[in-house]
Write a protein that binds this ligand. Structure first.
Ligand code: ZN
Length: 220
């Protein structure tokens, strides 16, 4: 049974239920290029269900016998106010906190789905597909530009910087809210930088958001 619940970084619960996790594909040009994907002219949105969320502070359990499981390290935005057809200013005010997420992806399954022109849920929505960190209050971070990174076994593998997002955070939230409503407790993942690759049991992952949040965990 999934027991994920939002928390602040100091361990205090955030009393908002996780409804949905909205993700954007290909929001960093260099990541689109590494998978030989074109950059879409409108944001490529997909969702992970609440049942995919697990605590990133616990060991990351990856599926067996379903092909490669890729890590995608992403800035996660916690929504604090309802957003429907929102302006940029309304979207900015709705950001409650920032955290980090792994958008775990069954890459071989996704490649097959893409070839058939099918939706990506079988590759992206499985139980455990979205390890989420605790959140840092938005006002404690140096906005608008945030940096984050992933080290695996002591080696830097991904470096993200929201200043190079093709769709920056605030306009992205506004855009999503023109497609469907975002509710308090929803999370938006803002895309992965280049450097994605397969996870292996035993690896030690270290994720860092500015100097505000550090998570060390391992793959099992
Ligand atoms: Zn992703």
């Amino acid at each position: 049974m999934n027991d994920y619940a939002h928390h602040w970084q100091d361990g205090t619960p955030i009393h908002l239920g996780l409804g949905k996790i909205v993700c954007i594909g290909r929001n960093y040009a260099e990541h689109a290029a590494e998978l030989n994907n074109s950059v879409p002219d409108t944001p490529l949105l997909f969702m992970k269900p609440s049942t995919s969320a697990v605590h990133l502070t616990r060991p990351v359990e990856i599926p067996k016998d379903r092909g490669e499981v890729h890590f995608e390290t992403e800035l996660a935005v916690l929504i604090g106010r309802p957003l429907t057809a929102a302006s940029n200013e309304e979207a900015r005010q709705a950001i409650l906190g920032f955290g980090l997420a792994l958008d775990l992806t069954l890459r071989d399954v996704q490649t097959q789905l893409k070839e058939k022109g099918q939706p990506w849920e079988r590759a992206k929505a499985f139980d455990g597909a979205c390890p989420l960190s605790p959140f840092v209050a938005a006002e404690k971070l140096p906005q608008p530009h945030l940096g984050f990174s992933l080290d695996i076994d002591g080696e830097r593998r991904q470096t993200g910087d929201t200043s190079v997002l093709l769709n920056p955070v605030v306009p992205l939230l506004s855009y999503i809210s023109h497609q469907f409503t975002l509710l308090p407790g929803d999370v938006v993942l803002t895309g992965t930088p280049k450097g994605v690759g397969p996870l292996q049991p035993g690896q030690i992952l270290r994720l860092q958001l500015e100097d505000a949040l550090t998570i060390e965990t391992r793959v099992i």
